[in-house]
Every structure is written in C-alpha cells, then in structure tokens.
Design a protein around this ligand. Structure first.
Ligand code: GDP
Ligand code: MN
Length: 385
C-alpha cells in the first residue's frame, strides 16, 4: 500500500523526524479557508497523488502570500497531473497539502528499501538528492551509497556516522542527521514497509535539516498489524477492484480486452502470458480461488463484464479438488444468470474433464471449448478481434 506524502509525514512526525510546519490538508469540496496560513511565508502547495515527479509536473508550487497559497491550493484541487512516474496516465488531485516553505541550501536523497538478495533492509542514499534519483543511478551509479542494515538492531551508531561522512553532512548537523537516519530505519521496520523514502532531505539556508517529501510503501501482508492502515481507503484501487475485493475475488485490472477467469494465482499468471504469446492482451488478472462454485463464477463473470473494454472472456480452470463436471455446471449456470454479451471460451482440465466437456457441449450456450491453454488463448484472441 502506498501512502500519500502527508500520510507518510504523519508517521514521520510520530518518530520525531524534523519537518516544516504544516498549514493543513484540504480535499475536493473543502474551502481553502480551512488552511491555517500564518507567519511570514513563503509556503509550498503540494498535490497529494501517489506518484513522484510532481515538482516537474506542476504539482509543487511556491506561494509568497497567504492569498496566493489559497489560490494555488484551490486551483490544484481537481487538477489532472501527469508525471514521469504515472505511465502516461493522469491522476486527479483529490487532496492538497500546504506547508511552510524554506530556502534550500542542499538536497539529499535518503531511503530504506528491502534488499531481497541480502534479505535485509538497505539504506540507499546520495549527496545529490532532489528530483531524479533514477537518472543519477543511471548516469553516476558511483554516487549512490548503499548500506545493509540489520532489522533487529536497527541502524548502528557507527553506520549512521559513516553515512553522515559519506553524504558530507556538516559537522554541526551530525547529531540531527544520525538520529534522523536511525529513526527512518525504525519507521521502515515498525511499519512493515518495503520502501521509506525522503527525497529530498534538505539542509535549509539557515542550517537545519528537514524531510520535505515522504514516500512510504507498506507490505499488505502485514496489514493485520496496522489497523489504522487497514481502515484507510485504498487510493490506488479502481472501483471494479474495490468491488472484487469486497466479495473475496482477487482481481487486478489490466489494459487489454480479454477477460480472464482462472483458479489459482500461478495459473492466472500463466494464462496472461499465454494470451500475450497468442498476440492478445488480458483485461485483468482474476483468481476465483479454490472453490469455483456457481456463486463465485457468477460473481467473477459480473466483475469481468463491468470492464467495458472486455471483448471476450476466457475461462481457464483446473479441476483438482473441484471436479470439472461441477465446474462446467457452474459455468453454464453462471453464464445464463449474467447474460454474457461477449464470446466465451472455456478450457477445463483435470478430474472428470470428459464429463465436464460434455456438460458444456450440451448446454446450448454459444461457447467455444478448447483442449489446451494455447488453443484457448488463440481462440480468445481471435474472438476479441
Ligand atoms: P516530487 O517532485 O513529487 O518528488 O515532490 P517534492 O516534494 O520532492 O518536491 C519537489 C521539489 O520542490 C523539491 O525537490 C524542492 O526543490 C521543491 N520544494 C519542495 N518543498 C519546498 C520548500 O519548502 N521550499 C523550496 N524552496 N522548495 C521546495
Ligand atoms: Mn520528492
């Protein structure tokens, strides 16, 4: 689960990580009067979307007066934002954060990620922070610092000091920096994160350290330990994905036009690959789970057909514990219930497959059967054209 900048900063706040004072967060429909904009300014107005690169895309603006900050915040709400991290898609700005701004002397990159190969958290840092760490990693990989951290003991003092030396942190900020770095690792471990990133961590012109951006990605498998996160609305899921989740179906929307209904995540992945190899594109990943009974299949059809892009449905079910004749009966009944508007291709394999195929053949439904996954994928691609 990805957190918005201000949500990440609320967590940083609990760990004493220094940040600039917040004036408020407003949502679409809120009045900009709700923002507490006081003091001499300037202020920074920031679009809260789940993508970086906002700075270059017009999602981060400086305001000199409170009136200007309110005006910018009002303009930003509802705006569509395309950044280099949104894969060409436009994200709607539903929330805006306003903070006090400061003059920046230096921008540093600091993050903690899970190093899967070493099986431990790892700090990634660079003295050259700011907007495009990906580019720096490409052009000057030697300027990126990596440091393995023990999850149990956290960042050790000598490691924090080494990091401060490597990042050329000024002597008088050594203590602030090493504390911050240790706390950041603590956030990573305690939040069950897969990424905690501060880009940039800044040194202000008046010589202080502030985290002025935050990015936290947490591991969904640990959500049971984080009740507050579990209760939070999922900003990333589409409406169809949310509906599927509510009824216990694993569904992820994709860009293609072939709706896929499969039992088991591995078989679903193999189905997507095979559709691709046959020259088509899947409209979704869908795992109906182990049971595949009439109810589940009906619901899965309904979910798949909610996507207007779908031009054909490919059912690929392996009857292991469930027998193919039961599955076939389920598919027939479900197809009648949902009134399929697109061609249906069914491939069954496994226990009692002959009986299953006979049920499908005698059903009177206009469906195509396939003996192999390859044949099914080719038929689905042809049907979707
Ligand atoms: P991102 O582009 O989505 O990663 O958004 P950031 O929060 O990192 O902001 C992008 C850039 O805006 C930063 O690298 C800074 O250069 C600038 N910026 C953000 N906050 C402030 C601020 O308080 N003062 C100044 N002067 N610049 C800021
Ligand atoms: Mn940033």
């Amino acid at each position: 689960m990805k957190l918005l900048e201000y949500e990440g900063k609320e967590i940083f706040g609990r760990y004493g990580i220094p940040m600039l004072p917040r004036c408020g967060v407003i949502k679409i429909g809120d009045s900009t009067d709700a923002l507490k904009i006081e003091g001499p300014g300037p202020w920074v107005v920031k679009a809260q979307v789940l993508a970086g690169g906002r700075g270059k895309a017009g999602g981060v603006k400086l305001a000199r007066t409170p009136a200007e900050a309110r005006e910018l915040a009002g303009q930003m709400l509802g705006m569509k934002l395309v950044t280099h991290q949104t894969q060409g898609k436009a994200l709607t700005v539903e929330e805006v954060l306003v903070e006090e701004a400061c003059e920046i002397a230096r921008e540093i990159y600091l993050s903690v990620v899970m190093d899967r190969k070493e099986a431990c958290p790892s700090i990634i840092a660079s003295a050259e922070g700011g907007m495009s760490i990906e580019e720096l990693a490409h052009t000057h990989p030697e300027r990126i610092i990596r440091m393995a951290v023990d999850a149990e003991s956290g960042l050790l003092d000598f490691q924090a000091r080494q990091l401060a030396f490597d990042l050329k942190i000024p002597q008088k900020l050594f203590h602030d920096f090493t504390t911050l770095a240790r706390q950041l690792v603590k956030v990573f471990v305690e939040m069950d994160a897969s990424l905690v990133e501060v880009n940039p961590l800044i040194i202000s012109k008046n010589g202080r350290l502030f985290a002025i951006d935050s990015k936290i990605v947490t591991d969904d498998n640990a959500l049971f330990r984080h009740k507050d996160l579990a209760a939070r609305p999922d900003h990333e899921a589409t409406e169809i994905e949310k509906e599927a989740k509510a009824i216990g179906i694993n569904y992820i929307g994709l860009d293609g036009d072939i709706g896929c209904m499969v039992n088991g995540a591995g078989l679903a992945m193999a189905t997507l690959d095979t559709v691709k190899m046959a020259g088509g594109n899947a409209a979704n990943f869908l795992d109906v789970g182990g049971g595949a009974n009439v109810d589940q299949v009906t619901r899965a059809f309904q979910i798949i057909l909610k996507d207007p892009k779908v031009k054909a449905v490919l059912v690929n079910i392996f009857g292991g514990i469930m027998k193919c004749d039961n599955i076939a009966a389920g598919v027939v009944e479900a197809s009648k219930k949902v009134k399929l508007r697109v061609p249906l291709i069914v491939r069954l394999e496994g226990t009692r497959v002959e009986e299953g195929r006979e049920i499908l053949a005698k059903s009177g439904l206009k469906l195509q059967q396939a003996g192999s996954l390859w044949e099914a994928a080719q038929k689905a691609v042809a049907a979707a054209k």
